[in-house]
Write a protein that binds this ligand. Structure first.
Ligand code: S3P
Length: 450
């Protein structure tokens, strides 16, 4: 798990028009949570549409290491026989979460209030990411952690014997931190209260309610206050995972920048805490329509139709929209290069602690392909070159980051010269069918010899 093997250099060549239907995989956030909440219920949870990417498969393996039974059926459905809240067994092996920040942080949270010890590691990207944001709140429940300097993995967590419920204000906009605290609160007696000043993706809250937890959310002057009653018996569920808006972003953005394109991306989850990119693209002048809008499993869903949009112009993306499109800034910065004028992305310092420092990775890669970028700790400004003005011809470094690799492959579809990335292997963490899906639409993405 903790590496991707040999790097896979890739090049994307000018192509198009892009046409057809793009069936993107299941939502990564909901897939992780389905496995974890299934493992924390007593009985069988069934999941269809699970994302079978490396990150989520790592979480499935981890749930087995903690005592749950996780099985893939021939139909493609998954079942999880859970052990119940507080029922985790101590794993015999180190838990290797590969590239998955969501996986490791949520799992650390949910074992922190059970009297067991577990050691976590991951790939070079995950080992460089800050875990203090999890170990600080779980210490309040009584858990101890022993990691490398700077709160990095590998790290051992000793779960609390007598957990106490906490009241915790999340210091940064992070659904992973919020979720880790809620999952820790599941096995603490009494009420755990989590406050977030800015709303982040709310899948954990929605799914906990779905599994039968007593959870309420109030919007107050202090922020969004989430109160969870500890030690519930969670009831197994049948879950149909919606398709991932963060993955849909790639074929959608490719269609918008490639002349003559008309692409349909069906069945996309449009939870408002995730859909900020689509609002932004429309404000820029994108021809992007939601067809067949409906509700499925309590989540808004639609089919997205994206057509070539030669008249897009740069905007200042409102800061308070950042959390709802945090994973989409890399591909937005590519679209911004094909728009006219400046696109200003502000209040985005969380991008610096993702799978890579995404501001730095995008700025250097865009510059290598002839695009001017201004950046600071908390912002990035892309100077648009118009629909046929992006030179390309450069190689971007992916830094073990799937979304950086995919963003530059999208750029190459419409740039004047091919765009390369030094390593496309991490794409398999979230979007294992990316090359085939883009190829079927008409893109020309090749694997190069390293
Ligand atoms: C996620 C939360 C976000 C996001 C990540 C998935 C989740 O991370 O970037 O890809 O599923 O909770 P942060 O909580 O660090 O913002």
């Amino acid at each position: 798990m903790s590496g991707h093997g040999a790097p896979i250099p890739m090049t994307s060549h000018k192509a198009g028009p892009l046409a057809g239907e793009a069936h993107v995989p299941g939502d990564k956030s909901i897939s992780h949570r389905s496995l974890i909440l299934g493992a924390l219920s007593v009985g069988e949870t069934r999941v269809t549409g699970l994302l079978e990417g490396e990150d989520v498969l790592g979480t499935a393996e981890a749930m087995c290491a903690f005592g749950a039974e996780v099985k893939r059926h021939d139909t493609g459905a998954w079942s999880i026989h859970g052990v119940g809240v507080g029922g985790f067994a101590e794993p015999e092996q180190v838990i290797d979460c590969g590239n998955a920040g969501t996986g490791v942080r949520l799992i650390m949270g949910c074992m922190a209030t059970t009297p067991i010890t577990a050691t976590f590691t991951g790939d070079a990207s995950l080992r460089s990411r800050p875990m203090g944001r999890i170990t600080d709140p779980i210490a309040l429940f009584g858990a101890a952690s022993y990691g490398r300097s700077g709160g990095r993995l590998p790290m051992t967590i000793v779960g609390s014997r007598e957990p106490i419920p906490v009241r915790y204000t999340v210091p940064m906009p992070s659904a992973q931190v919020k979720s880790a605290v809620l999952l820790a609160g599941l096995n603490a007696p009494g009420e755990t209260v989590v406050i977030e000043k800015e709303a982040t993706r709310d899948h954990t809250e929605r799914m906990l309610v779905g599994f039968g937890a007593d959870l309420k959310v109030e919007d107050t002057d202090e922020g969004r206050v989430i109160t969870l009653k500890g030690q519930p018996e969670l009831t197994p569920q049948t879950i149909a995972v919606p398709r991932d808006p963060s993955s849909a972003a790639f074929p959608v953005c490719a269609a918008l920048i490639t002349p003559g394109s008309n692409v349909l991306v069906p069945n996309i989850g449009l939870n408002p805490t995730r859909a900020g990119l689509f609002t932004t693209l429309r404000e820029m002048g994108a021809d992007l329509v939601f067809e067949n809008e409906r509700e499925e499993g309590g989540e808004p869903v639609a089919d997205l139709r994206a057509k070539f949009s030669p008249d897009m112009s740069g905007i200042r993306v409102p800061e308070d929209r950042a959390a709802s499109m945090i994973d989409e800034y890399p591909v937005l910065s590519v679209v911004a290069a094909f728009a006219t004028g400046k696109t200003e992305m502000v209040g985005v310092k969380e991008l610096r602690v993702k799978e890579s420092d995404r501001i730095d990775a995008m700025a250097r890669g865009l510059e290598a392909n002839g695009v001017t970028v201004d950046e600071g700790v908390d912002f990035m400004i892309v100077h648009g070159m118009g629909p046929d003005g992006v030179p390309g011809g450069g190689t971007a470094k992916a830094h073990l980051d799937h979304r950086i690799a995919m963003s530059f492959m999208i750029m190459g579809v419409a740039a004047q010269k091919p765009v390369s990335v030094d390593d496309g292997a991490p794409i398999a963490t979230s979007f294992p069918i990316f090359e085939r899906l883009m190829g079927d639409l008409g893109a020309k993405i090749t694997r190069d010899r390293s």
